[in-house]
Design a protein around this ligand. Structure first.
Ligand code: TEU
Ligand code: CA
Length: 555
């Protein structure tokens, strides 16, 4: 196994729209990120990942790109970007961009041309099909964001495919010109010095021949069997790596939608030369059964242990994972897996101990370092996320749930939870903007904010900083092999990690009651590397843990 900067480096995901607004229009921007580079450096993170910053009409907040080689005016200019990249590098950090290559915006020139006529030279950049015999969509595929995945175009009398919103037409990767366009866009940014890409929904780029109907199974299964893992996918990934990524000191971080532990190796095994790493959806979706806004299951620690274990076993020594427990598509980590009320600080810290000691490149999502929590939106008018809005509107038609319940589900699972502006201080709008932000600031910014935590040595923020510093000095955190010490206990998670002569032990109490953990290891002389409380009680072979207490021992 090779030891590389992008394995050891910690990734910090920035959702630019919600990070920091420098010019008072209520929208975060590139200069806002530049202003906070010292802060980012102070976290001890290494690689900044920017969610899409390219020209976009923002139907899906930038995940609908209308020009791959330009900056969205709301975010700034190319000069701002160049300055951001330079200043990031000056501080010894790296920067990766978010490549949305499965689809573009319907306002991209390619699509505007393509819809002009059937013989337009861009027509074949997209997936067009004749209507079914009843005039309806060509097959039963559903969009990730509700409704049919096909939109009728009255000019040509054909449908085009959009796995996301109808303003996000899927690109036809079978067309070599499309692939070359994407590779050229990648080269454009890599030549500027960008250090890699997070690859949005990359498993979806190869479509199944003949666009077969999806069977009547849960949506997750449909994604795996019908939308993702298509027949030419690995050919495309090999080509992209060979022609582009491998020519630079850069890496690819795939969004692993539709990938499971059985086929993951096909994407990330080193010898296949496809992708450098991926984050899967099993942890992110561990409380979601078939899809968002469907049946939900309560958080279950044993299930989480199983997920971590089966992924570790699956990629062991052959490939590399990225490790995300939250991002801009899911509710806040501390609200989902911790206790965001009485044990907010303790559980946020404990979850970070877990995340930073599991395998794979550590991916932190903005705001988690201060324990930002879910937000309660009081009315549908406050909801901004297109996925949540589409769900709500579809539900108005089907009346499957009451309006109240639908809003409650959005508040529990909706993407706006993770997208509320960063809470910088106790001033107006949490210091994010002088103007009313595009999405409501969580009213808890008076108690949860960066400025306050910066001054407090016991804060979540300073806990993150310290843990990342310790992690940098101990390769065992990154490269060690995990050995489970306790697998069936519903509230204790304990494992050791070994790398060469280094050994650490991680013990976490996922409950709000005091508990004890005994081990056959000799822990009497162990050094307490990390502890989210000020003390820990170790007597002979037994450790007494308080509510949500987590520790890392060095043996
Ligand atoms: O997400 C892909 C994806 O699968 C998500 O839509 C996910 O299923 C959902 O949010 C969780 O229920 C990526 C981006 O991360 C997301 O922000 C984009 O909206 C989407 O692709 C389309 O580009
Ligand atoms: Ca702005």
């Amino acid at each position: 196994m090779s030891l590389t900067w992008f394995k050891k480096g910690t990734v910090y995901q920035i959702y630019p729209r919600s990070f920091n607004d420098s010019n008072g229009d209520g929208i975060g921007d590139l200069r806002g990120i530049i202003e906070k580079l010292d802060y980012l450096q102070s976290l001890n993170v290494d690689i900044l990942w920017l969610s899409p910053i390219f020209s976009s009409p923002n139907d899906d907040n930038g995940y609908d790109i209308s020009d791959y080689c330009n900056i969205m005016p709301e975010f700034g200019t190319m000069e701002d970007f160049d300055e951001l990249l330079q200043k990031t590098h000056d501080r010894g950090m790296r920067l990766i961009l978010d490549l949305v290559a499965n689809h573009c915006s319907d306002e991209h020139r390619w699509f505007e041309e393509a819809k002009k006529s059937k013989d337009n030279s861009y027509r074949d950049y997209f997936h067009w099909r004749k209507p079914a015999s009843d005039g309806g969509p060509p097959n039963n595929w559903k969009s990730f964001f509700g409704g049919s995945a096909w939109e009728y175009d009255s000019v040509s009398g054909e449908y085009y495919l959009h796995l996301f919103t109808k303003k996000q037409p899927d690109l036809n990767w079978e067309n070599p010109k499309v692939r070359e366009e994407i590779y050229n866009a990648m080269r454009f940014w890599l030549d500027k010095g960008v250090d890699g890409f997070r690859m949005d929904v990359i498993p979806l780029i190869s479509k199944r021949e003949g666009y077969p109907d999806a069977p009547n199974v849960g949506f997750r299964k449909i994604i795996e069997d019908i939308y993702a893992n298509g027949p030419r996918l690995h050919e495309y990934l090999k080509e992209m790596t060979e022609k582009v990524v491998s020519r630079y000191d850069a890496f690819s971080l795939a969004e692993g939608v539709g990938i499971n532990h059985n086929n993951a190796g096909l994407y990330i095994n080193h010898d296949r030369k496809e992708l450098d790493m991926l984050y899967h959806f099993d942890i992110l979706e561990c409380t979601i059964v078939n899809g968002k806004f469907e049946e939900a299951s309560p958080f279950d620690l044993v299930n989480m242990k199983n997920i971590f274990k089966r992924w570790r076993d699956a990629v062991h020594e052959k490939g590399w994972l990225a490790n995300a427990m939250g991002n801009h598509d899911f509710a806040r980590m501390v609200s989902r897996f911790g206790n965001d009320k009485q044990y907010w600080s303790e559980s946020a810290k404990m979850l970070f101990i877990l995340q930073s000691t599991q395998n794979g490149t550590l991916n932190i999502y903005q705001g988690d370092e201060i324990g930002m929590t879910n937000i309660v939106l009081d009315s549908i008018n406050e909801v901004k996320d297109i996925q949540s809005l589409n769900f709500y509107n579809e539900n108005l038609e089907t009346q499957r749930y009451s309006k109240e319940l639908a809003l409650e589900m959005i508040n529990r699972e909706g993407r706006d939870n993770a997208r509320t502006p960063i809470q910088w201080n106790d001033e107006i709008n949490g210091g994010f903007s002088i103007k009313e932000p595009w999405l409501k600031v969580n009213p808890n910014y008076h108690t949860i904010n960066v400025e306050k935590q910066d001054k407090d040595p016991d804060s979540i923020l300073n806990f993150y900083r310290n843990l990342l510093k310790v992690r940098k000095n101990h390769d065992v955190f990154v490269y060690g092999d995990v050995e489970e010490l306790e697998f069936n206990d519903p509230s204790i998670y304990a494992y050791s990690k070994v790398f060469g002569k280094e050994k650490i032990m991680v013990i976490l109490n996922f409950s709000s009651t005091n508990t004890k953990f005994s081990t056959s290891e000799n822990i009497n002389d162990a050094e307490v590397l990390i502890n989210n409380y000020s003390s820990i009680e170790i007597f002979k072979d037994t450790i007494s843990l308080k509510a949500y207490q987590g520790i890392i021992l060095k043996l």
